[in-house]
Design a protein around this ligand. Structure first.
Ligand SMILES: [Zn+2]
Length: 591
């Protein structure tokens, strides 16, 4: 960590957060604080509060909130160090000087950036005079405007770049270190030649590397990239990200296409929030970069088998990293199309329709496990259930894992309930190719039924939420004793907690937090204390408590009704009993 807490505090203290937020949100004073309409969710009356006294912003509608650094990260897509630098600059706080070695390394880097910039400018100038490269770009539908915007270039043969950089007194060591030249048996050679050049920029928009596409049809490989250097790790950048960030925050999403030409075509058609990985499958670092600017990036894949495989890889990669509110969506192009060909053939609105129909991650995983497969034997269905539960086990976040388990249960249930195969369920796939639906002909397997009947996830989550609130504010048991007494927790240790608190309240204790914790510890509830002492919203704990209590009561009341409906379906599986059971199931999972 380069910045100590004192320095960060100092920056926050000198930052007028009302003024900072006020640049983007219209704020009006009410009491000590300023209020406006939340920029993170749609609303008509203001529930978004900014306070200089606390140096925070907070939305009571969607829960977004934080300090000035977080504000810049969330609204401009800056990284934490970038937002520190920005605010330090505005607040006139000097950031610490680095060691002399750091300084020297930074100087060296700076000079290499200049070398790469000189190369980019050279390639650009070469494109202006090279007919063949121009013709290639024209054949791909790119005009001079697009070429200028993306600083496209051309790398000629004959070590032209090396000769050019020599005239600028750039050393061969620097050329090699910048990834522009390599030394081999025949001496120093240009790394790129006879290729159309795509400059790759870092998050600040500085060119740090190149992708090159071979001009001759038999160029091998078709695309090459600068090798890894000190300042270019291809797994940690995305093509066009510096430019796409702002548009992505405005659009609320970001499109991840497969290649450079796709990005250029999308941007040209008005989808300015388009990026692409740099010639490899998406990495976890790239996923984090994407989530910094949009909660649900849309992965756009070509509608062929390679595209589908790539989508499944990306879907699995995302699982361990999923966080509440962060996921992926998947848009599949029709067979044989890429964004470039689709936009040219069918126009912007066709592309927009496909993006709007992007499928949630859970559905893509489900399709990957089921499409074109036969589940006509119990063993195969058991295999599917195993595969789905393996997927869920990859999810690190417990709450999300629970939702996925429920979603898969529902899909399995839905699919296996049919005695006769009915029309395949379509998840908004836009595409012309027919896929064979999974054959799910037999009634529900016993395992599925049991897992459906045993589901109590939503209820457990609600109980945990109530326990956290009670531990954070035990006086709730005093103020709302009757509400608490009317509840029952299915988790025995939590129900003991509930009863202990009620006892304390009844015996006239003040229910002050530390005293209560000591008491609970002595009563053998140390484990509960440890598990459920977490963060709770710092505003309106009472409201949260009452809301959660009402929801838990409704769930408890519905439970017998639900299991009766499931029993009816189990003994007589038909459309009517299914409809009753699934209506109650759906209600349970909305909580
Ligand atoms: Zn909000």
């Amino acid at each position: 960590m380069r910045y100590g807490p004192n320095l960060l505090d100092e920056i926050l203290r000198r930052t007028d957060i009302v003024q900072l937020v006020g640049r983007k949100v219209k704020l009006a004073r009410r009491g000590q604080a300023f209020w406006g309409c939340c920029p993170f969710h749609k609303e008509k009356s203001p529930s978004f509060k900014v306070e200089n006294a606390r140096r925070t912003y907070k939305c009571f509608g969607c829960g977004k909130g934080g300090d000035a650094f977080k504000w810049l990260m969330e609204t401009e897509g800056l990284s934490f160090p970038e937002s520190v630098e920005r605010l330090a600059g505005e607040a006139g706080v000097e950031l610490p000087k680095w060691s002399p070695e750091d300084e020297a390394r930074e100087e060296k880097k700076k000079s290499l950036y200049e070398v790469i910039e000189a190369a980019a400018a050279f390639y650009e100038s070469q494109l202006r005079t090279n007919r063949e490269a121009q013709a290639y770009l024209q054949s791909r539908g790119l005009d001079a405007g697009a070429a200028a915007r993306f600083r496209l270039g051309f790398a000629p043969r004959g070590n032209a770049l090396i000769e050019h950089l020599k005239t600028k007194n750039i050393t061969t060591d620097d050329m090699i270190e910048a990834g522009l030249a390599r030394s081999g048996d025949q001496g120093l050679r240009d790394f790129f030649y006879d290729r159309v050049m795509f400059p790759i920029t870092d998050l600040r928009g500085r060119v740090v590397a190149f992708g090159g596409r071979g001009l001759s049809p038999d160029a091998k490989p078709k695309y090459i990239n600068t090798g890894e250097t000190d300042f270019f790790a291809k797994g940690r950048l995305l093509y066009n990200l510096a430019e796409a960030r702002k548009a992505a925050i405005k659009a609320g999403t970001i499109i991840v296409a497969e290649g450079y030409m796709d990005v250029i075509a999308l941007v040209g058609a008005g989808f300015e929030h388009a990026v692409a990985p740099l010639g490899t499958a998406l990495t976890e670092d790239q996923l984090q970069l994407l989530w910094r600017v949009a909660p649900e990036p849309i992965m756009a894949f070509d509608g062929d088998d390679a595209g589908l495989k790539a989508a499944h890889r990306a879907a699995r990669l995302a699982l361990p990293a999923l966080k509440p509110g962060h996921s992926l969506r998947f848009a599949f192009l029709p067979a044989g199309e890429d964004p470039d060909s689709l936009l040219r053939g069918q126009g912007t609105s066709a592309m927009r329709r496909i993006l709007d129909a992007a499928e949630p991650l859970a559905r893509v995983l489900w399709r990957a496990e089921t499409e074109g497969r036969d589940f006509s034997t119990p063993e195969r269905r058991a295999g599917l259930e195993r595969a789905l539960s393996d997927i869920v086990s990859l999810i690190a976040d417990g709450k999300i894992a629970d939702y996925y388990r429920r979603e898969f249960d529902q899909l399995v249930f839905d699919a296996f309930k049919r005695r006769k195969p009915a029309a395949p369920r379509q998840y908004g796939r836009v595409g012309s190719r027919e896929r064979r639906p999974a054959t799910l002909a037999e009634p529900v397997s016993a395992a599925v039924k049991t897992s459906l009947l045993a589901r109590g996830g939503a209820r457990k989550l609600k109980e945990a939420e109530l326990a956290r609130l009670l531990l954070a504010a035990p006086s709730l048991a005093l103020d709302h004793g009757e509400t608490l007494a009317a509840l029952s927790f299915s988790e025995p240790s939590l129900d003991r907690l509930r009863q202990e608190l009620l006892n304390l309240a009844a015996s006239g204790h003040r229910l002050e937090k530390d005293g209560v914790r000591n008491h609970l510890e002595r009563s053998g509830l140390g484990g509960v204390l440890e598990r459920y002492s977490g963060e709770v919203p710092d505003e309106d704990v009472e409201g949260c408590f009452l809301g959660a209590a009402t929801q838990l009561r409704e769930m408890t009341e519905r439970a017998p009704e639900r299991s009766k409906a499931m029993e009816r379906f189990k003994s007589d599986p038909n459309e009517q009993t299914w409809a009753d059971a699934s209506r109650l199931l759906a209600r349970g999972s909305k909580d």
